[in-house]
Design a binder for this molecule. Sequence first.
Ligand SMILES: [Zn+2]
Length: 217
Amino acid sequence: MNQPPYIDIHTHRCAPKAGVECLCVYRLGSGDAEPPAPFVAGVHPWDVAQADFSLLDYFAAPHSGLVGVGEIGLDFAREAVDRSLQVEWLNRQLAVAERLGLPVVVHSVRAYNEMALELKKYSLKAVVFHGFIGSPELINQLSRSGYAFSFGAASLRSPKTREALQAVAPDRLFLESDDDPQADIRALYDTVAALRQVPLPALKENLYANYKRIFNG
Ligand SMILES: [Zn+2]
């Protein structure tokens, strides 16, 4: 039987790799070109200080290949970016996702409580926390709201996040290379298959099914 491809759920470096499918990120207002399909688009919390709300006009027209709103979010470790402005941008983009019926990919750093409060205001198709770093308790708490989690190489450097990765339910799990030029998503799958004690083909099938369910339906 044919194996499904590796799915890299979040990458800023959309180079083709054998056996790998990517969900690219289009950082609106950053000057980057629109990536190859499929992609998510949004104004990153790091960019909001320079951004104009007219960037949201992007979502007024249809874009083939657009499958979600992201990455959007809150980064309270970035003290240079005003928190209330980040919250305003998050809300406006969550409203877009709700209106278009699109899933969202969120970036959340030192802001999980605030993020959970904002997300609850909207009826969203799905929410994926990308680059997740946090405890199994945090996963449990956020899982109750139906959210999913994507882990990258940086996640694995945190012991409590390795525990969280072992605990997350199979239907809530994704893996990603993000912006790491050294990242090899295939190696990450190997590591995670070992950590979760599942065969690699089962992990690939599991994550590809999650991708199809959330982004491709
Ligand atoms: Zn990213």
